[in-house]
Write a new protein. Sequence first.
Lengths: 175, 175
Amino acid sequence: MLEQKIKESIREIKDFPKTGIFFKDITPILKNPVLVNEIADELVKQMSALKLDAIACMESRGFWFGMLMAQRLNIPFIPIRKLGKLPYDTLSYTYELEYGKATMEIHSDALKKGWNVLVHDDLLATGGTACAAAELIKMQGGVVAGFSFVVELSFLSGSERLEKYSSNIQSLVSY
Amino acid sequence: MLEQKIKESIREIKDFPKTGIFFKDITPILKNPVLVNEIADELVKQMSALKLDAIACMESRGFWFGMLMAQRLNIPFIPIRKLGKLPYDTLSYTYELEYGKATMEIHSDALKKGWNVLVHDDLLATGGTACAAAELIKMQGGVVAGFSFVVELSFLSGSERLEKYSSNIQSLVSY
């Protein structure tokens, strides 16, 4: 039921950001505050068995539901951002893309050793960014408690890359 | 009291993003979910006299409290993003920076004519980005109902530039 409502609110954009990609645009969801509320509730419910100390969310679309989840869970929100965006001392992790490289950063004081940290983003594709987030959490002595996504592109097998960090990988809808 | 708590959680970063700027880093606030909740409550309370149809929030830091405000107000959340980030048809507005130009975009179906739209960002500096958001709202026939910020750098007089759109300009702390 919720899955159906989400899919009806996702818009497919051909050739964005580059030719050959059908981008899943979740911004129509944001126009519907009742649906946003239901999604945030469900994202949190999927993780209710975990004892979480913080949630790490990826710039920028991961910020949308990530802040709502952090508030519902009453835990710190940790922004994971692209190179050069975080102002304080950072740790960084560089990973390969299809063409070129990308670097993600976390503030060096973002979490404490031993914290159970949930990774959240709006969408799981190949899993490169989520892996980078997991590495950044581990570099600070944190434990990757799981991964939470609104949408999963299961045909890209991103979850297989994440399993070495945590087998707790959840999404609300998959394609 | 709240103002004091916010100021204690804001970190000043010298020379970020460029030499001569003392950047106000609000990410330490995000580590404190109780304070985040209080801030979101107060941001909404400041606008309680308005009948709002939507809230437009600026990428990326404006997304943090913007989503919480949209949920409390039970209204649509409109992302305003940098050039090339929004996947669907967009309207764009280019404005002058100290050196060079910047372009902000809004989805062409983001709002309906006559809607009262609140503009939110984490910080008001010179007001260039907030003006761009106001212009994008007006281009779609929307009404700029007001401006909401967590932090205002009042010595930069950004609010003076915003007054032609709405005299309702609020922030929780100012420097």
